[in-house]
Every structure is written in C-alpha cells, then in structure tokens.
Design a protein around this ligand. Structure first.
Ligand code: DQA
Length: 150
C-alpha cells in the first residue's frame, strides 16, 4: 500500500497542552490516529513525522521525493508550524522535489498576529487548509487524494 507522509514542524509535539485555545486539546498522537483512519479509507498507509528542526524537515521532503519515485509515497500533508512564516528552504524543497504538498494550519493564521499572515509554503503548495482545527489534517488527506485522482 502506498503512503501519504504527514509532516509536522516545530512545537507540534506539544499539541494537547500548547495554547489549547488556539490548537485544542487533541495530542499529536490523536492526530496520528485520525490521519491513519482517513488515509486508510482511501487505501493509503501513513508515514507520520514531527521535527523541531528545519533541516530535518527539508530532508523529509527530499526523502518523500525518493519514495515517490519508487512508487511508495503519493504526497505530503504538511503543517510547517512557525517555519511557515520564515523558511525559504522549505519553499525551495517543495518546489525542487515537485512532491504534492497540502499545507495545513490548525488555527486561522489570518485571524492572528500579522507575522502569521505570510506563508513561504503556500506558493509552493498544491492546496491549503487553514483554521479547521486538527480536523484540517483529515481534510488535507481527503483533498490530497482528490487532487491525485484529478
Ligand atoms: C500553526 C500556525 C503557526 O503560525 C504556528 O507557528 C504553529 C502552528 C497552526 O497549525 O495553526 O506552530 O502552523
């Protein structure tokens, strides 16, 4: 069964206790369960990852390309966390690998501080889900699968 990579950036390991008014009470382990269920309905496994380090996230996107070339991976659902607003390297990794990426944000970043309004990821993303809580990951998976079929 091919996989979808679910990639999480910095501080998302703290989900459940981190600013619950923004991000809710579900943990990253809860998100992993939701993602596995959603992906399985479409016949995909998940490759679920989190890192607090930009270079590790860049490497994961490069690895996704290799897995895609081997027919083992179909795309990425990516919450880049704060690197959304700072990382040219992640933008370039997505552009350079041409892996389909759905960008997900749990909170509505446009209703928050001005520094969260700009994303380096969005111009390189295939689609974007913002402000739907952790259910955004599930929407991202359904959206990615629909895009892959279209
Ligand atoms: C986030 C929004 C970012 O601005 C923030 O830095 C995060 C989480 C979200 O899921 O809403 O870490 O990506």
């Amino acid at each position: 069964m091919p996989a979808l990579m679910i990639l999480n950036g910095p501080n998302l390991n703290l989900l459940g206790t981190r600013e619950p008014e923004q991000y809710g009470y579900e943990t990253l382990a809860d998100v992993e369960v939701m993602c596995r269920e959603a992906a399985n309905t479409h016949g995909y496994e998940i490759d679920f990852r989190q890192s607090n380090h930009e270079g590790v996230l860049v490497d994961a996107i490069h690895e996704a390309r290799e897995l895609m070339l081997q027919g083992e991976l179909a795309g990425i659902v990516f919450n880049p966390g704060a690197y959304t607003h700072t990382s040219v390297a992640l933008h370039d990794a997505i552009k350079g690998t041409e892996v389909p990426v759905i960008e997900v944000h749990i909170s509505n970043v446009h209703a928050r501080e001005a520094f969260r309004h700009h994303s380096y990821i969005s111009p390189a993303a295939t689609g974007i889900v913002i402000g739907m809580g952790v259910y955004g990951y599930v929407l991202g998976i359904h959206g990615l699968v629909a895009k892959l079929k279209s």
